[in-house]
Design a protein around this ligand. Structure first.
Ligand code: NAP
Length: 243
């Protein structure tokens, strides 16, 4: 909804990926003046449409709209972003079909790179509902020893220095510097920050941290594409469950 430039880019990428996979998709680009009732009624219409298996409401919504109420309208079985409280609760108890796409993509990268989570010190910087909290929960389910840090955390560097797996989801360019990272650590950079010159930059000082990390994800080209892949994965899961 509205004119958020970042949202336009994200939706465009999701649409392109659907086309690449030959997956049917519908896009509704609604004007910012759209009312809460109109948006909710569109979600309800899609809830009842049998050819639609997954619904994603691109956030943020324009000011004045109640995001929580809109998300709560999505049928949890079509909630491929896994933001509905039913799916959030399922993640908490470790019995889930859908995982929020960004943490899911990160777990997939950790697995594919052969890194074992069990018993590792895992530090997540950030506690948002879409990244930090579910990320911590997924690492915990894989038997990591997890510490979740946030803006009120004291002595952050002392904590991150102990991390075997460090996930940065802060939203501040080059926030994680080399002196905060243990030699050989796996470093996952979730950040997508736009610098004044328009370049995209992560939360990790890649140039310096990559010299000491055992593995590190770049920005762009790391977590972002994985997020979209996991959205497709969740949609296929929804379709299979329905079938
Ligand atoms: P968010 O909701 O703004 O959360 C940021 C978190 O960082 C908060 O928990 C905040 O703590 C914490 N924080 C802020 N300053 C800090 C500090 N000085 N020390 C320690 N913690 C601090 O952001 P988000 O939605 O989780 O996104 C984080 C970043 O990931 C953004 O750059 C976003 O664009 C990017 N992102 C990327 C993808 C992708 O697909 N690649 C997907 C989603 C998000 P408090 O809770 O105390 O405020």
């Amino acid at each position: 909804m509205g004119d958020d430039p970042a949202s336009k880019v994200y939706v465009g990428r999701k649409e392109a990926m659907c086309q690449e996979l030959n997956m049917y998709s519908e896009k509704y680009a609604l004007p910012a003046e759209t009312t809460q009732e109109e948006l909710v009624s569109l979600v309800e219409k899609l809830n009842n449409d049998d050819k639609i298996h997954g619904i994603l409401v691109q956030l943020p919504l324009p000011k004045g709209l109640d995001e929580k109420a809109v998300i709560n309208t999505i049928n949890p079985e079509k909630d491929v972003d896994a933001f509905h409280p039913v799916n959030v609760g399922k993640i908490m108890i470790g019995d889930f079909d859908f995982v929020p796409c960004t943490p899911a993509g990160i777990m997939e990268m950790i697995k594919e790179s052969g890194c074992e989570v069990e018993g590792k010190n895992c530090v997540v910087i950030g506690r948002s509902n879409i990244v930090g909290k579910p990320m911590s929960m997924l690492l915990l389910h894989q038997n990591g020893t997890v510490t979740t840090c946030h803006s009120r955390t004291k002595n952050l560097k002392d904590i991150t220095k102990e991390a075997d797996i460090l996930v940065a989801a802060v939203g501040r360019a080059n926030f994680v510097t080399a002196d905060m990272v243990k030699e050989g650590a796996v470093v996952i950079d979730v950040g997508m920050n736009r610098l004044e010159d328009g370049t995209l930059c992560g939360d990790v000082d890649y140039a310096e941290v990559s010299k000491i990390a055992g593995a590190i994800t770049p920005v762009p080209g790391g977590v972002g594409p994985m997020t979209i892949s996991m959205l497709m994965q969740n949609t296929i899961t929804a379709a299979e469950k329905k079938a």
